[in-house]
Structures are given as C-alpha cells and as structure tokens.
Ligand binder design. Structure first.
Ligand code: HAM
Length: 417
C-alpha cells in the first residue's frame, strides 16, 4: 500500500490495546482514590493559547507545533501538551468558583513535530493531572505521590524521581541576568533560535537540542543559586512532605523543564536509561497569564508510550483480556439459526461467546475456537437440534458434558464454574 501512517505516529492494534486499557484503568482508579475528576478538552485550540501558555521562545512553540489556518482564517494548533487546554477550560467554565482545589485528570494525544528517536514520537499520549487552587507544597507532594504510585502499582523498578525549584519571577529575573552575563561573550556561537532567546528568555537556551548550544551552556550558572527565601522554604517543605510519605527523591539543580509556565517545584521521573517517563511542576502564574483569576496550580504529564516501553523492559506482563468463554459451532442453516439464538441469549447474560459467520467446516470452526481461546465449545448438528441435547466440551482437557439446549442456565453454570 502506498499510503502509510505519517512518520512519528503509530496504530494501536487490537492485539496491544489491552495494555493501554489496563494502564488507563489503573490511572482512573488511582485518580479517583486521589479525588481527581476527568476532563476532556478539544484536540485543537487557538494557537494563541500555546504561545501565551507554553511560551513563545520554547522549542515546542518555535519548532514543534502542528499549526494551520482553518477555513475561517483562524490559526489553529493541534495540542502539543495538556496543561494549557485544561487551564483554558478551568477558566472558561468558571471551575475556580467551585470548592478548591480543583483536581483534574486527562488522557490526551499530544502532537509535536520532533526529531524521531527511541521513545519520541510526533503523536504521543499523556496521562495528566492538574490541581488548581493551592499554593501549598503539600499538594505538590501529593501530586508527585500519585505519579510514583503508578510505577509502584505496575511494578516498574529503577525509576528515579528528580526534583528542583525554578523559583518565582523575581528569582528568575536575577537568574536571567546571571545567565546573560555568562552567555554574553558566547553569543555569536549560539544557534539562530537561541540568539533570539538571549534577550527574551535566556533560560530556554539551556534546553536547546542543537549540539553546539549544548556545549556552550555547560558550566552555566544554576537556578538553585538564585532562589529567594520564600521559594527556598517552599522547596524545603516539599522535601519534608515527600519524606513523610517515604518517597525517595534526588535534587537535580539542572532541571529547568522545556515549557515556560513553571514556578517553584519542577520534577521529572526517569527510567533506568535516563528517558523521561513523566514531567511536571507548579505553575502559579499560568492561569492569570491566560486571562483567568490569580489561582496557583500544579500538575504533571506522563507519557503512555514510554510507560508501556518501561513495562516491557521490566518484563512485566499485563493480563490479556483475549479469550472467549464459549464457541457455538454449527453444520447447516438450521443449526446456525440455533447457534445464533443461543449466542444472542448468552450475550444478554454477559457471556463472552461467538458463533460462525464464515460458513466454515466443523474442523475449521474448531481451529478457530482454539485461535480465539474459547474455554468451551458446543457444536450443533441435525441430531442436536432434533433432540435438543448437545455436548459442551472443555477445551483445556477435552472433557465433555451433556447439556439441554433449552436450559441456558445450565450452560452458564458450566461456563462460569
Ligand atoms: P513534557 O515533559 O513536555 O510536559 O511531557 C510530559 C511527558 O510526556 C514526558 O515526560 C514524556 O514521558 C512524554 N513525552 C513528551 N514528548 C514526547 C514525545 N515526543 N514522544 C513520546 N513521549 C513524549 C508536559 O507536556 C507538561 N504539560 C506536563 C505538566 C502538566 N506540567 C504541569 N502539568
């Protein structure tokens, strides 16, 4: 076939979907335990939202967004991340009027035009949580504890939680000054994008993916040396609360995240190979910045593809749902009608069952029953229809039991035993 899925995208096939459903269910269960409620926002937003929210000088906005003009001449962007849309919805729907904090969670595809690498896609999926309304470091610790519980419940080992503080705008101002001083005499060696960042937002030069820039920033001042007292106290409280919950962490003063909205707490969870499984932090000014009230917030985004890769690397098997409780085969039109009738009634009772729709021979039907992992089979022929008595076979040990076709409950009892 000459038309293929676009580069950086993947089909999730039926044979793998159970893994997605399993982790989604786990996440839903945990979110409900933590008092978070699901929110679904549109797949695309006005481009302005991400420019203002994520930041004009970030790689995401400058290089990676799927932006287009719609037929009405509006600039539209496929969401590259879930925070700005959730916050837009929080403001637009007046969720700040409800009892605070507002704890939201979501599953969302995200679109970023990125260079392909292991674990990096152009469409990826995230589980995310955004908690709006609290400035307390205890909520930061709670959000992080939810992240770590996901890995714990799944049995993924060797994940490393790294935390840092990015400070508030006044810490950032001092830090930007120091960065500019450090980078000043290396300005000419920066890539063109970073030259444009130098005045507007020198911090973003630190996460430039261009190799020459990566070399230039090594040895740059680190933000933790410029944190004010209030931010420092907040960070100490976070560490304390994490300790209270026995959550192990490392402080990594080099974490600056790739999105502009962060203040104070930032964190990442890395797998054994250093790949980021999850990232997040506090964003106390974002809601106000995109037109809402002055409400602080904290959240994270967890890559689902990377989570599934980590499961595989840890050899963790997820229970497959792929089985059938019963296959009802047939040999002619009359027995096919009976099979359809039985299957239809059993499905009404919640029994997972199948019958033939391919006019297969009995031998081929038995092969099919094996393939779909049917636990039991019944084959109906002329005799069975006449006597209303048939045999149900347990596929694991080939043992057969007699059943009455008109006694569905008897079939259900055997299948469910
Ligand atoms: P992010 O660090 O850009 O943060 O993405 C979160 C996670 O999504 C990453 O740690 C990674 O697991 C996964 N991820 C990101 N890009 C890709 C990609 N191209 N391919 C595969 N997986 C990827 C955010 O998006 C923030 N909205 C998180 C947040 C929520 N902060 C506060 N609230």
């Amino acid at each position: 076939m000459d038309i293929q899925a676009p580069k950086g995208t993947k089909d999730i096939l039926p044979e793998n979907i159970y893994k997605w459903q399993y982790v989604e269910n786990l996440f839903r269960k945990l979110c409900s335990v933590y008092g978070c409620r699901e929110i679904r926002t549109p797949m695309f937003e006005h481009t302005e939202l991400f420019k203002r929210g994520v930041g004009e000088t970030t790689d995401v906005v400058q290089k990676e967004m799927y932006t287009f003009e719609d037929k009405g001449g509006r600039s539209i962007t496929l969401k590259p991340e879930g925070t700005a849309p959730a916050v837009r919805a929080f403001i637009e729907n007046g969720l700040f009027n409800e009892v605070q904090p507002t704890k939201l969670y979501y599953f969302t595809p995200c679109f970023r035009y990125e260079k392909m690498q292991k674990g990096r896609f152009r469409e990826h999926h995230q589980f995310g949580v955004e908690v709006c309304g609290s400035v307390e470091a205890s909520i930061d610790a709670e959000v992080i504890s939810l992240v770590m519980r996901v890995y714990k419940e799944l049995g993924i080992e060797g994940v490393q939680l790294r935390i840092n503080s990015m400070g508030c705008p006044s810490c950032r101002k001092k830090y930007n000054g120091a960065l500019k001083e450090f980078l000043g005499n290396k300005y000419e060696e920066l890539c063109e994008t970073c030259k444009s960042r130098f005045e507007k937002n020198p911090l973003r030069i630190l996460d430039c993916k261009v190799n020459s820039c990566k070399g230039i920033v090594s040895g740059a001042p680190i933000i933790s040396d410029y944190i004010c007292e209030e931010c420092s106290t907040h960070f100490e409280s976070l560490k304390n609360y994490l300790g209270v919950m026995d959550i192990h962490f490392d402080v990594d003063p080099l974490i600056v995240r790739g999105l502009d909205y962060y203040t104070k707490t930032v964190f990442e969870v890395l797998d054994k190979n250093g790949l980021a499984l999850c990232g997040g932090g506090r964003y106390d000014n974002l809601i106000k910045q995109i037109g809402g009230p002055d409400v602080p917030a904290m959240g994270f985004g967890m890559g689902i593809e990377r989570l599934l890769m980590a499961l595989e690397e840890n050899n963790i098997e997820i229970p497959s749902e792929k089985y059938m409780e019963l296959y009802v085969g047939s040999m002619n039109e009359a027995s096919k009608c009976e099979a359809i009738k039985i299957v239809n009634s059993l499905r009404e009772k919640g029994i997972k069952c199948e019958c033939d729709h391919m006019d297969k021979s009995v031998k081929a039907q038995m092969k099919y029953a094996n393939k779909i992992e049917a636990y039991y089979t019944i084959i109906l022929g002329e005799d069975e229809i006449k006597t209303r008595i048939a045999k149900i076979k347990r596929m694991s040990d080939r043992q057969q039991f007699e059943i009455k076709l008109d006694n569905l409950q008897e079939i259900i009892n055997i299948v469910k035993a």
